[in-house]
Design a protein around this ligand. Structure first.
Ligand SMILES: Nc1ncnc2c1ncn2[C@@H]1O[C@H](COP(=O)(O)OP(=O)(O)O)[C@@H](O)[C@H]1O
Ligand SMILES: [Mg+2]
Length: 227
């Protein structure tokens, strides 16, 4: 269980997150939505201890998530995929996975290959020559090499063609189904994401303005002005 209690975050004088408290259960699939600049990325960074100016309490599986200790928090089972292409472009697919999985090695690799067979087929291909969707798959595969129990993804489908968006989101859901991994996904592709998560959280100006079943947002178009 991931628990945030009274989180306030600042960048210098800018107060970005205002007193956010929420709990995410094991195995839950959560989408986080909101306008540009709402504070979604900052919220994910708060979850993994990647912020300097953050007060409040973050706990994961009863351990305190320390500020500025992202590497230690990875050891607790937290996997974070920041926005953008997070692969070593000049290295092969296999080398990228190897670097990401120094702690777990072959067993983790077999698991990643099972979830993303393409990453096995393309082992020797240089990452920069993969398509955008394939690079995103590789970034996900790299995060999985640390065997996370919770995966936090910042706009995993940004810049991808609509048909690929659904592929990537389906792959992510498959990780949840096969490994029970808790998912927290920040997304601009709201509709496609709502179809793949159980719960939706909407952030506006650093505050939670909706937190409920994703089906409720899908059903009630009157709520769509929220994001
Ligand atoms: N490193 C930073 N330094 C200063 N301001 C930042 C930084 N990162 C984000 N911000 C500001 O904080 C606010 C929230 O940003 P962010 O969490 O990235 O929003 P979102 O991911 O919802 O688009 C925005 O006003 C943004 O300009
Ligand atoms: Mg962002």
């Amino acid at each position: 269980m991931l628990q945030l209690q009274g989180i306030n975050a600042h960048y210098g004088k800018l107060h970005v997150l205002h007193d956010i408290s929420l709990t995410i259960a094991e195995g839950e699939r959560v989408g986080i939505f909101g306008h540009n600049g709402a504070g979604k990325t900052t919220l994910l960074r708060a979850c993994v201890g990647d912020l300097d100016e953050c007060s409040g309490d973050v706990r994961y599986r009863d351990q305190t998530v320390g500020r500025g200790e992202v590497h230690r928090n990875v050891g607790f089972g937290m996997g974070f995929v920041p926005q953008g292409h997070n692969v070593f472009r000049d290295l092969s697919v296999a080398e990228n996975l190897e670097i990401a999985g120094l702690r777990h090695g072959q067993a983790a690799l077999a698991e990643v290959h099972q979830i993303f067979p393409l990453l096995k087929e393309r082992s020797e291909q240089i990452a920069s020559s993969l398509s955008g969707g394939q690079q995103q798959m590789l970034a996900l595969g790299m995060a999985l090499m640390t065997r996370p129990s919770i995966l936090l993804l910042d706009e995993p489908t940004i810049g991808l063609a609509p048909v690929i968006v659904r592929d990537v989101l389906r792959s992510v859901t498959q990780i949840n189904r096969t490994r029970g991994t808790t998912l927290v996904i920040v997304e601009q592709n709201v509709q496609a994401t709502l179809e793949n998560v159980d719960r939706a959280i909407v952030i506006k100006s650093g505050r939670v303005i909706f937190d409920g079943p994703s089906q409720k947002l899908l059903d009630e178009e009157s709520l769509w002005h929220l994001f």
